[in-house]
Design a binder for this molecule. Structure first.
Ligand code: NG6
Ligand code: CA
Length: 520
């Protein structure tokens, strides 16, 4: 071999082994960086708006514990719930499937059957394949049983049948019957001699209601929220019996917190997943007396402070148990904010300068941004570097991303693997996203959002929320116009056309069963 050729080969071998060494080193760093089986906690608030958190710009109230997560982790400014209401968002969160694919994924009554098919992939099921213990504490609102639930026997299927080893839940919402806690399918503290009956259509003879017995109320509801009374608060739906099992609203936050803390303490020696689904600041807003007056804006502000305190206590538990550095926490909300949602609780009157949706337009139930863009934080002490991310991310992506973290093989559907984005290793998020609000859908691509024309009221007068409906196409550049003030549909026909095409390709032709867009 000639000398030059010989030197060339030596160099080539040296280069190859050096590259291999680098790669190996890189892989090792990654493996060290990402501890493989962290505990995973979802802290999921109910109706908490983009502007309800001080880390997201609220000035009229302070949320130091959520801020601690936001400032010590990744604060997403383009993070979305899948829907502007609860049930569809929760469905998407757990299944990684867009809610508009399931026609039953609407706000459910307390008697609705389980919405998630027991054969469907869910985050807790996926985690169980990797040896995780899985638990839910808090609001469920995804239906229970198969119809005609007997509340006095084991209620099944429910959370335990779609992947949770442990469940301590309220069935639907705080404003709906049954107003009891359910532990692993059994109503907690039920006296069998006082069985529970539930009906969403008619009252049980002799049972008081908000409409008929206003003297029993400590909080007044609108006609829809004036059926059975528990703890002086009228609800949606009728309930009889179960007196010993009924919750006391003012204790609910402490009650769920204690359950969550207990769960963490019990599971500390193995990897666990805890879905801590807070009930605040959904109606009825019933702060514990310790928090009454803690904000300047009545019960809605007070329960946000209370929720923030609960989060602080949960963090303390993790710290005390030495778990904080081995726990990935995701904090978000199921949909945007609403002030008047059925009870006279002064949310509107005492608001002052507070903007629950921050700079965003709309609110809960709305296709406009405040309906679905919510606080969205990932926190993992020592692993996620504190930063702000503008990446487009959705709660629907958590399934695929966690699946990637744990190397599991699940059908990902609509869920995209954004693990690197959630861990702050890249700023790149989704290219596009479909959001939903009361069965209507809109399409975000890059900085643009397209809202197709919808019939129906432009403003919900009772809630004072713009719905997002318009007879015209709406097209906004969210980077330049976060408040969706300038509809560019007419000025930017090429962009409009492209978004319509891409939206149709994913969404298909039928946008809504109720309100057909005037699309062509
Ligand atoms: C609505 C209720 C509202 C709230 C909501 C569910 C009426 C008039 N309004 O139907 O008070 O309970 O459902 O909220 O009944 S969610 O956050 O769980 O989606
Ligand atoms: Ca909600």
């Amino acid at each position: 071999m000639k000398k030059a050729t010989c030197i060339f080969f030596i160099l080539l071998i040296a280069f190859a082994s050096c590259k291999k060494g680098n790669k190996l080193q890189k892989e090792q760093t990654n493996a060290q960086d990402i501890k493989k089986q962290p505990n995973i906690i979802f802290i999921y608030a109910d109706d908490l708006g983009y502007g309800d958190v001080s880390a997201y710009g609220a000035t009229e109230l302070s949320t130091p514990n959520i801020d601690k997560l936001a400032n010590g982790g990744l604060k997403f400014t383009n993070g979305y719930a899948s829907s502007a209401t609860c049930t569809p968002s929760r469905f998407a969160l757990l299944t990684g499937t867009y809610p508009w694919r399931n026609k039953d994924a609407k706000i459910l009554p307390g008697t609705a059957p389980l919405l998630i098919d027991t054969t469907q992939v869910t985050i807790p099921k996926m985690l169980k394949t990797k040896g995780y213990q899985t638990g839910i504490v808090g609001k469920w609102h995804l239906g229970l049983g198969t119809g005609n639930v007997n509340w006095n026997a084991r209620i099944s299927p429910g959370p335990n049948e779609v992947g949770f080893d442990y469940s301590y839940i309220m069935a639907a919402t705080q404003d709906r019957v049954p107003t009891v806690y359910i532990k692993n399918g059994y109503v907690d503290n039920l006296d069998p001699t006082d069985p529970i009956e539930i009906d969403y259509n008619k009252n049980f003879e002799g049972e008081p209601t908000g409409t008929d017995n206003p003297e029993l109320l400590k909080m007044v509801g609108d006609p829809q929220h004036s059926n059975s009374i528990n703890n002086g608060v009228p609800r949606i739906g009728y309930m009889k019996g179960g007196t010993s099992a009924k919750w006391i609203d003012e204790d609910m936050a402490d009650h769920f917190l204690a359950e969550a803390q207990n769960y963490i303490e019990q599971q500390k020696n193995n990897p666990f997943f805890l879905y801590y689904a807070l009930q605040q600041p959904h109606v009825p807003r019933t702060p514990n007396p310790r928090f009454v007056g803690s904000s300047s804006m009545g019960p809605r502000g007070d329960v946000i402070i209370e929720a923030d305190w609960c989060i602080g206590e949960l963090l303390k538990t993790l710290e005390e148990q030495g778990l904080l550095e081995n726990t990935l926490i995701v904090l978000s909300s199921d949909n945007g904010p609403v002030l008047n949602d059925g009870y006279a609780d002064e949310a509107v009157e005492t608001l002052g300068n507070h903007k629950p949706g921050g700079p965003l337009r709309g609110g809960k139930y709305s296709l406009l941004e405040a309906g679905t863009r919510v606080p969205f934080i990932t926190y993992w002490k020592g692993t996620i570097k504190p930063s702000v991310s503008e990446a487009l991310v959705s709660q629907v992506d958590l399934l695929a991303s966690l699946s990637s973290l744990l190397d599991t093989d699940v059908v990902k559907g609509d869920s995209q693997n954004l693990l690197s984005t959630f861990l702050g290793k890249t700023d790149k998020g989704r290219e596009n996203l479909i959001i939903e609000a009361t069965t209507r859908t809109a399409f975000r691509q890059g900085d643009w959002i397209l809202i197709p024309p919808y019939k129906g009221s432009v403003i919900n007068k009772i809630k004072n929320i713009e719905t997002g409906n318009s007879k015209e196409f709406q097209l906004y550049n969210l980077k330049e116009d976060i408040g969706q003030k300038n509809n560019l549909a007419k000025a930017k026909p090429e962009i409009l056309k492209e978004l319509i095409k891409n939206f149709e390709a994913i969404r298909g032709g039928s946008y809504s069963e109720i309100e057909q867009p005037v699309f062509k």
